[in-house]
Design a protein around this ligand. Structure first.
Ligand code: SF4
Ligand code: SF4
Length: 688
């Protein structure tokens, strides 16, 4: 009968020894897992148990395809896919062996026999080889030292030793590789010793058996078998015990993290309940984090994708989203579990961090974030960096702990409703130079309310563009109006700075103005306002259909109301604003519009959801950026200039982008090489 003996040539005491070691390792695993579970229990509720089946299947589909790892890194994705499915197959195989030997045989049921056993042997051989190939591919990748796997901290701290991280990576991969290789050697030694008639169903084992014969070790096959058997068993048992204390934990946590991910994370920030406001506006201790955030810290595999995508890190600030998550992990472990993980970064200056914002995470780090969301988009395991960042900022804002320029801007917004500190009555001054009057939706009905936003209203560099938008929409016969002095800053960036109280006030004021006005839909040129009105105002009772002007222009073009009479013979590139492309997935409308004008559009390497931030978001435009090694907007201009053959225009669709990039062209010394233009300027030209 085709089968194999599990404890081949084992005396009883060795069998007993094996079970003692196995139970000990499972006990360590359970204890380690329980510690983690206790830690997550300290967190606040995260309200993630809705639509459980949908969550479960979505995460399962991601895991099965390894789709988030394949994204933008096919090599790593493929290697991980091989490891993942190889591991699953070997795990199922081992579980079948355990069931057959430790349970079913006592019921006189034997599944590992006959044809099933033959297919079982073949399948495990194939998946075992794929598993080894995947591991070798990953090891080769690491040996090429890619930028994202360099654990050097963005803040260049010399007092934090991260060598344990690399040790953990090596132990993890070598353990898996040695377990797989030793498993094959056991099989080879058994086949070399017994030469069963069905050996060809274990092709890898036969190969190794032949090798054993070739090197003349066929007299020692039983010895090789038993020694390697024990080597394999001890490694497996160590691996089981090691999982909850190491990188191995990602195998358990990451599925849960993906399953409980909030698809609206950062897009719609959580508010601060009245109950919580009595304690703190932000986060000060472990218990302030939600359990999902605590899970995030453990889910991080240190893959570094967020680190390389982060504009703040690229600009040389101390912020790296990877470092932030790992620092929070260290802080939470040190102050909740008591015993650090086996492979933790160590603070060599021995200072214990008591506070989080300004202690475990420096203030400068927290203020460096542009809230561009590139980290969340890049993370393959569903980490939601931004909610932690904003909640830690809330603590600093609550303490008045921010730079003067930001404080003045917030005061201006509080006093005048705009970030420029100008009177409300000046908000619509830009309309004075128009040869027609824009409807006042507070007094007369219009189909569209144009939410103009602060920059398009007050910034002298952008007011001309606002007049172009006004004229073009008028020419197309669009019935629109504005709120004049009743419009307030939309609050999108105020909220992301961490000033939740002011944000709520702005939302209430704007919603009151919307309610007093007569319109059906809103449009705006400002992606930041677009985001908060679309996604966050509904939580405050403000449900309004809203367009970004590129979406509305495309709609009008399709309806035949917008006509292009002149083909534009330009080669251009288009910058996707974070709050439009990444936050709201609107990447097609601007491109379709541009293509309709006849231009040749060449995308930069980082485009659409993977766009690179201009550096203005999250209130950064109200903060000093003079200490940056290079501004994100300057990095972006260089990226555009590197497009083969160059481009005539760098097209934007956001007032802040226009301001940031026109400055960056000058400060990077690239004046005359390329012109920054708003999409409305091309529309104007193409209309003839
Ligand atoms: S939101 Fe952007 S700037 Fe902030 S940490 Fe993430 S990638 Fe960096
Ligand atoms: S947070 Fe996500 S993207 Fe960043 S290093 Fe960790 S796993 Fe990778």
């Amino acid at each position: 009968m085709e089968t194999r003996e599990i404890f081949r040539n084992f005396p009883l005491f060795l069998e007993i020894a094996f079970y003692i070691i196995a139970f000990a390792s499972i006990a360590v695993f359970v204890y380690g897992f329980y510690r983690r579970y206790k830690k997550y229990r300290k967190g606040r509720d995260a309200e993630r148990f809705n639509h459980l089946m949908a969550r479960f299947s979505k995460a399962a589909a991601i895991m099965a395809k390894n789709s988030t790892i394949f994204k933008r890194d096919k090599y790593a994705g493929f290697a991980h896919w091989l490891i993942f499915w190889g591991f699953i197959a070997l795990l199922i195989g081992t579980t079948i062996v355990a069931l057959d030997h430790d349970l079913l045989r006592f019921m006189n049921i034997h599944i590992l026999r006959g044809n099933f056993y033959l297919v079982f042997s073949l399948v495990l051989d194939i998946f075992g080889i794929l598993f080894i190939i995947g591991l070798i591919m990953m090891m080769l990748r690491r040996s090429s030292k890619p930028e994202q796997l360099d654990y050097t901290r963005a803040d260049k701290s010399k007092t934090i030793d991260r060598s344990a991280y690399s040790t953990d990576d090596n132990i993890f991969m070598w353990l898996l590789l040695l377990i797989a290789l030793s498993g094959f050697i056991i099989e080879g030694a058994r086949i070399a010793a017994d030469r069963p008639a069905w050996e060809l169903w274990s092709p890898v084992g036969v190969g190794i058996a032949n090798l054993i014969d070739m090197v003349g070790l066929n007299g020692s096959t039983d010895t090789i078998h038993i020694y390697i058997w024990w080597f394999h068993a001890v490694l497996v048992m160590f691996f089981i015990a090691y999982i909850p204390f190491s990188k191995g934990m990602h195998m358990l946590v990451d599925y849960a993290n993906l399953m409980f991910k909030d698809e609206m994370a950062a897009i719609k920030l959580p508010g601060v309940s009245e109950e919580r406001q009595k304690v703190s506006m932000g986060y000060q201790k472990i218990e302030d984090f939600t359990w999902k955030e605590l899970l995030d810290f453990d889910a991080c595999t240190k893959c570094g994708r967020c680190h390389v995508a982060c504009p703040a890190q690229n600009a040389g600030t101390p912020l790296s989203p990877r470092d932030l998550i790992l620092d929070l992990r260290t802080y939470v472990n040190d102050s909740s579990i008591g015993v650090a993980e086996w492979f933790e970064q160590k603070n060599t200056n021995g200072k214990e961090q008591k506070v989080i914002a300004g202690g475990a995470i420096s203030k400068e780090t927290l203020w460096s974030c542009t809230t561009c969301m590139a980290c969340i988009e890049a993370c393959p395991v569903g980490v939601e960096h931004l909610t932690s960042i904003v909640n830690l900022r809330r603590t600093m804002v609550d303490d008045g702990d921010m730079e003067d320029m930001l404080m003045d801007t917030l005061a201006n917004i509080g006093d005048y409703g705009n970030s420029f500190g100008q009177s409300e009555r000046m908000r619509a001054k830009w309309t004075k130079d128009l040869d027609f009057k824009i409807k006042d939706v507070r007094k007369e009905e219009a189909e569209f309310l144009w939410f103009v936003g602060d920059y398009a209203s007050y910034d002298a560099r952008i007011q001309g563009l606002s007049r172009k938008v006004a004229t073009i929409f008028k020419k197309m016969g669009v019935d629109y109006g504005i709120l004049y002095e009743s419009e307030r800053n939309s609050g999108n960036d105020v909220r992301r700075v961490g000033e939740e109280g002011l944000y709520e006030m702005l939302v209430e004021d704007n919603i009151a103005a919307f309610e007093d006005a007569s319109f059906k839909e809103i449009f705006t040129t400002d992606p930041h306002s677009y985001n908060t009105i679309k996604n966050e105002y509904p939580d405050f009772g403000g449900n309004y259909p809203i367009y970004h002007y590129t979406g509305l222009l495309l709609k009008l073009f399709k309806e035949g109301k917008l006509k292009f009479n002149k083909k534009l013979d330009y080669k251009i590139t288009y910058h996707d604003p974070c709050y439009l492309g990444r936050y709201n997935g609107e990447v097609d409308a601007p491109r379709q519009l541009l293509e309709a004008m006849g231009v040749t559009l060449v995308d930069m390497p980082r485009c659409k959801e993977n766009s690179f931030c201009c550096g203005a978001g999250g209130g950064r435009i109200w903060m000093d950026d003079s200490k940056m090694e290079i501004r994100p907007s300057e990095i972006r201009i260089e990226e555009a200039l590197n497009i083969g053959g160059g481009v005539d225009h760098f097209i934007v669709a956001c007032p802040k982008d226009y301001a940031m990039f026109t400055d960056a062209v000058k400060t990077s010394g690239n004046e005359g090489k390329m012109q920054v233009k708003d999409i409305i300027e091309l529309v104007d030209e193409a209309m003839g």
